[in-house]
Design a protein around this ligand. Structure first.
Ligand code: GLA
Length: 377
């Protein structure tokens, strides 16, 4: 990875005070459940954003080897003041200030090996690295459990993307060798052992490389539809709809599309709970069918998959994966497949051949290792 301390020295003529890292994530299961106050189970990737940073005398300056122009601002102002990639940085300064913290002026140099546009939360990684650095540089007293909400606020209000709290929670709170079982209502977490290698297994991630289309609009539309359904059903959030009497509950809704949206969220929450129960008792292989059912639910009920991810999931299953599903917000992005570790090449080849047959742009596969969340290096 790029020597970000060297970039810092070149740009600012001094050594950084420190280096802070925050990872991208994949979600094992629990999609579009976070903003419904439900459950998610992401784990952090080894791919991460690294920020070299120092306190400055005034304002904030940011440069990156991935961007042409450094950006400087003396005040994050209000949403819209700083735009483009630096909005993620300014958004964190803004969210901290808005929450009443004394934000230290600082200089940043930033690099990243989190794939962009792949749905593995490169933006949450950037927010989380900057947030962690500013908290340390300013000696701010903000418990780890409260940090994801600050980063989410930067993303929702400053950058303007209506996302839930999963990605920032994963980037900040995940631990190596574990998946993060998060209750998005209470923010309580449980670190679930997920040492796939010890079981002779691997999680193969395949970036579909499908062009992301209508992502923001469709994401917002799904979220609206869920909130409207909760209102019609008279519950605070879809998390409060019980999976046991789901059929009866669905009869109360007139609209078939809305019924299917609700069915996805309620069954998906249940699949997260079932997955956690299996992992707690060490039955990793048995989560495969839950992953595959999650994919079917996203494809048929929530309607957020595209041909490229459906084909990748299908090919991985045909090649012997225990389970496979799209991960992330949808409309492209990555799939993940739980496989025997020694089948990684065979499953990869199967997906690549299927892509060739369909005339799709070649996918990018990689093996995902559950890694550490945000930290000072
Ligand atoms: C995106 C959002 C998350 C979550 C997922 C879907 O990654 O940022 O908050 O809603 O989509 O599970």
């Amino acid at each position: 990875m790029t020597d970000v301390a060297a970039i810092f020295r070149d740009q600012y003529g001094q050594e950084p005070d420190g280096l802070w890292a925050a990872p991208g994530r994949v979600n094992l299961i629990g999609e579009h459940t976070d903003y419904n106050d439900g459950f998610v189970l992401p784990f952090a990737l080894p791919e991460r954003v690294v920020a070299a940073a120092s306190r400055a005398s005034s304002g904030w300056r940011v440069c990156s080897d991935l961007q042409d122009q450094p950006v400087a601002f003396s005040d994050a102002g209000s949403p819209g003041t700083v735009t483009g990639w630096a909005a993620y940085v300014a958004g964190i300064v803004w969210a901290l200030a808005e929450a009443g913290h004394e934000v230290p002026p600082a200089n940043f140099a930033i690099t990243s090996d989190v794939p962009l546009g792949a749905g593995v939360s490169s933006s949450a990684a950037l927010e989380s690295a900057v947030l962690t650095a500013l908290i340390d540089l300013g000696g701010l007293d903000i418990p780890v459990a409260e940090r994801p909400a600050l980063a989410q606020r930067a993303e929702n209000r400053y950058v303007g993307a209506p996302t839930g709290i999963m990605d920032q929670s994963a980037s900040i709170r995940c631990e190596a060798g574990r998946a993060l079982f998060l209750d998005c209502r209470s923010q309580e977490v449980e670190q679930i052992p997920f040492d796939v290698a010890a079981e002779g297994l691997a999680v193969l991630v395949v970036n579909s490389n499908a062009p992301h289309q209508h992502v923001d609009g469709e994401y917002g539309a799904r979220r609206k539809s869920c909130e409207e359904a909760a209102r019609l059903l008279g519950v605070p959030a879809l998390r409060d709809v019980s999976a046991d009497d789901l059929d009866e509950t669905l009869e109360k809704l007139d609209d078939d599309v809305m019924r299917r949206r609700v069915r996805h969220v309620v069954t998906e929450d249940q699949r997260v709970l079932d997955t956690v129960a299996l992992l707690r008792s060490g039955r990793i292989r048995e989560i495969g069918p839950l992953m595959t059912a999650s994919h079917a639910s996203m494809r048929d009920d929530f309607e957020i998959t595209v041909a490229e991810v459906d084909v990748a999931v299908e090919a991985a299953l045909m090649a012997g994966a225990y389970g496979a599903r799209m991960t992330g917000g949808g409309f492209g992005g990555c799939i993940l497949a739980l496989i025997d570790a020694d089948r990684a090449d065979a499953v990869t080849t199967a997906v690549e051949s299927a892509y060739e047959r369909h005339g799709f742009t070649a996918p990018t596969p990689f093996v995902a290792v559950p890694s550490q969340g945000a930290t000072r290096l």
